[in-house]
Design a protein around this ligand. Sequence first.
Ligand code: SF4
Length: 422
Amino acid sequence: MTASPTPTDAPPLPWTCPFCALLCDGVALARGETLELRGSDCPKARQALAQQPADTAAATPTIDGRAASLDEALDAAARLLAGATLPLFAGLATDVAGIRSLYALASARDAILDHLLGDAIMASVRPLQDRGVYYTTLAEVRTRADLIVCFGTRPAERYPEFFRRIAPGEPRRREIVFVGTDTDPAAAGPDTELEAVPFAGDAFDTLALLNALAADRALAAPPPGPLAGLAARLQAARYAVIVWEPGASGAQGALVGEAINRLVGTLNARTRAASLALGGSQGGYTANQVVTWLSGLPLRTGLFRDGLRHDPWALATARVLAGRNADLLLWVSSFDPSATPPAADLPTIILGHAAMPPVAGAPQVFIPVATPGIGAAGHLFRLDGGVVVPLVQARDDGLPTVAAIAGAIAQRLAAPASGAGS
Ligand code: SF4
């Protein structure tokens, strides 16, 4: 598996970055010995590019730590799956084609599906299931929002290009308010006013007060001045957007999302408002969208012989493993080599990033796979929900895709003569 050399004098490749759910386009890759970002100094993308091995020749499949051919690894993976009663398909950090192929593999047997960012994904799915959400897109925020409230998050810390992506193209006055954090200089821009408003108690107390103020309800005690001022500006804004981050909202993040959507609903009675949940990196929203459209249910769904069951609590990876409720772990991680499988005393199949370090422990099959947007073209869902973004192949590193590997394992399982059942 050796990367095909790209001429060093080749012009930079127009590229879409797959390394967080912003999926920035309008950037380019210079392709020599290493891959170098052009058009952005995003530290997250630069680090991810630096982790791509220049030569994937050393990234060979292994069986219990010993080098194996791809066919041997596929046979071994098929044998492990054929012998499992209830496998857990987790990680699921792949693209649309990868998750489709994994779903087909899971459908042929009982299996549980969860993503490595499943806690955060469930915190944004729950409010949607309960009462629906007022959502928006990056383009709408860029072109229309005059008041942006970052609630309990400094978005650029995990989404470095966030403020560039929502910067208006023309001079336009707007305010960006950080509630519960300091202001972030990354948000500064012409005609942009930054302000920090402290929490009044915790996130829940603060949202309860904002909800009461936005609905003009009488309060038993006067609210803190900055919060009352923010509520008045939310009511007066032409288009307010409340940005939050389910993954940074604690164990009860879904309740933060519920309260934010209640606030947005109240504001929409008089003006225009929306929420924007930051999350879904490493193919998280992609896995959730694809599983939802294929099964009708989001992640943390079990495909069982007697039907589908969605349980965001019991079917979380950590709980399934702690309760020994699966007898095989299939771990998929194609974007980040540090996203290794959780410790589990179970036979494990890893479809992993080529630079993933060896994982000690249970018997396992490791198959290195291409990163979508680096070694393979593909598609991912962006963090604003319904936007599917195509990814180009940056170089041919000779690594197979997750979709190809899952398909090859499924073929072996469908043909017992290959030895999968022996
Ligand atoms: S913000 Fe995210 S998508 Fe954009 S360049 Fe950085 S890592 Fe890539």
